[in-house]
Design a protein around this ligand. Structure first.
Ligand code: SF4
Length: 383
C-alpha cells in the first residue's frame, strides 16, 4: 500500500485540461432542428418566450430554438418528465425548458420532491448519479454521456478506500462533485453552500475533504477543524488568479467581485464576497451592485443577468466544457428516445444515499456558507 500512496503523491493527475475537439474547445452548439417544423402552433406557443433570452439569441435564429423548446416541453407533459437545470446551463435551457433550476444542492433536494416519472438532468454526470441515488425508482436521463467533471474524475472509490486505510478513524467529507462509488465510501457529502457547516457538524478535530483542494483550503481557513485535502481541482474555477482581480479593479473602478469557493484562496482573499452558486445569485439580487463580476462559469453570469436586468455584469468568465455538452438538441433526443439512462448499482447507491441524505438533513447553512476574504490562511496537508 505504501507504494501506491507514494505513487499518488508523486505522479498523480492534477486537474484536467480543457477537452478539445478538432482543435476547438467544446462550446454551446446551435440547435439542429431540421426534423422539426416551425409551424403556426410552435410560433403561437413560443413567441412570448423570446423576450427572456433576447440578449443571448439573435432573432433570426429563434425559430431553430423555438421548435426544440416546444418539442421538449410537449414531451415533458406526455411522459411526466421534468428537467433539472443547473445554473451553468446556457440561458435557452435554463430559462425555457428547466422546471427546477439551481445549484447541485438545490437540484438534489428538488429531485427528492418531484413526482415525475422521468428526470432529465441538465447538468453533468455526477449530478445525474446523485438524482438516481436519491430517487432509485425514477428513470434518470443525462443528455450527453460525455458531460463529466474534472473534480469527479480526479478520484475513485479505490483511492478513497486507500485514504481511509492511511487515516483510520478520520471522518471523510466529500463534495457532491464525485462519483457514486466515492460517495459510498464517505461519511457525509457537502456542497460549496454547506461545506464549513458539514465539517463542523461532525464535532471532530480532524477531517479528510475530497476531492477539491481549493475548496478544502478555503474551508480550513474558516474553521478550527484540521482539514486534510485531496488534490483535485475544478478546471473552470482553478484558472482564476488574484492578478485577474487586480486588473479588473483597475479597469472597472468600483466593480464588486464575487468568487466561488472552488477558486484558489488568494482569489477569495482579493474578492469582495465568496460563496456558492446560490450565495452569489442571492448576493446580486439582494445588494443590486452597480457593476459586478462573477468569477465562475460563463452561463451562470448570463442566467443571473437575466434575473437582474438593472445590474451591469463585467464578463471575464470561464466556460465549463462539460456543462456545455448539454444542448437543447440532446435534451430533446434523450427524452424522445429515453436514452442515456443513469444507473447506480443498488449496493453502492444504498451506501452513497446515506452520505447525501445526512447532508440534506442538516439545517440550511445561512451565512455559514460565506467565505471571509480576511480569513487567516492556513497550510493544510494535501494527499
Ligand atoms: S465547473 Fe468545475 S466543478 Fe463544475 S462541472 Fe465543470 S469542471 Fe466540474
Amino acid at each position: 500500500m505504501t507504494e501506491l500512496l507514494n505513487n499518488w503523491e508523486n505522479g498523480r493527475w492534477i486537474g484536467q485540461t480543457l477537452e478539445v475537439e478538432n482543435g476547438v474547445c467544446a462550446v454551446p452548439q446551435k440547435p439542429n432542428a431540421d426534423a422539426l417544423a416551425y409551424t403556426d402552433e410552435v410560433k403561437a406557443a413560443t413567441d412570448h418566450l423570446y423576450d427572456e433570452v433576447s440578449d443571448f439569441i439573435p432573432k433570426f435564429e429563434w425559430s431553430a430554438y423555438a421548435v426544440l423548446v416546444h418539442a421538449i416541453n410537449k414531451l415533458k407533459k406526455e411522459k411526466n418528465a421534468v428537467v433539472l437545470a443547473h445554473n451553468y446551463m446556457t440561458p435557452d435551457i435554463y430559462a425555457l425548458v428547466g422546471d427546477f433550476k439551481g445549484d447541485s444542492l438545490g437540484l438534489a433536494i428538488e429531485a427528492t420532491k418531484t413526482d415525475a416519472d422521468i428526470i432529465v438532468q441538465a447538468g453533468v454526470h455526477f449530478m445525474a448519479e446523485t438524482s438516481k441515488i436519491l430517487c432509485p425508482d425514477k428513470k434518470v436521463l443525462i443528455p450527453s454521456l460525455r458531460a463529466g467533471c474534472s473534480l469527479a474524475s480526479s478520484i475513485t472509490g479505490e483511492d478513497m478506500r486507500l485514504i481511509k486505510q492511511k487515516y483510520p478513524g478520520v471522518p471523510v467529507v466529500t463534495y457532491v462533485n464525485t462519483t457514486a462509488d466515492v460517495k459510498a465510501e464517505t461519511d457525509i457529502c457537502c456542497t460549496s453552500s454547506n461545506a464549513v457547516q458539514v465539517v463542523e457538524s461532525l464535532g471532530v478535530p480532524k477531517v479528510i475533504m475530497a476531492p477539491d483542494e481549493y475548496l478544502a483550503k478555503n474551508v480550513a481557513n474558516m474553521t478550527g477543524v484540521e482539514v486534510i485535502a485531496w488534490h483535485g481541482r475544478c478546471e473552470v474555477h482553478a484558472r482564476f488568479d488574484a492578478d485577474d482581480i487586480k486588473e479588473m479593479r483597475a479597469k472597472w473602478p468600483g466593480v464588486v467581485v464575487l468568487a466561488h469557493p472552488e477558486c484558489p484562496p488568494d482569489v477569495v482573499a482579493e474578492s469582495d464576497f465568496t460563496g456558492s452558486t446560490k450565495a452569489m445569485t442571492d448576493y446580486v439580487s439582494d445588494n443590486k451592485p452597480k457593476n459586478v463580476v462573477l468569477l465562475t462559469e460563463c452561463s451562470m453570469s448570463d442566467n443571473v443577468a437575466m434575473a437582474n436586468p438593472d445590474v451591469d455584469f463585467v464578463r471575464p468568465c470561464n466556460l465549463c466544457p462539460h456543462m456545455k455538452r448539454i444542448t437543447l438538441q440532446n435534451i430533446y433526443d434523450c427524452l424522445r428516445d429515453e436514452k442515456h439512462e443513469v444507473k447506480v448499482p443498488k449496493r453502492i447507491a444504498k451506501k452513497a444515499r446515506r452520505a447525501v441524505q445526512r447532508m440534506i438533513d442538516l439545517p440550511a447553512p445561512g451565512k455559514k456558507g460565506h467565505f471571509d476574504p480576511k480569513a487567516v490562511h492556513k497550510d493544510i496537508k494535501i494527499i
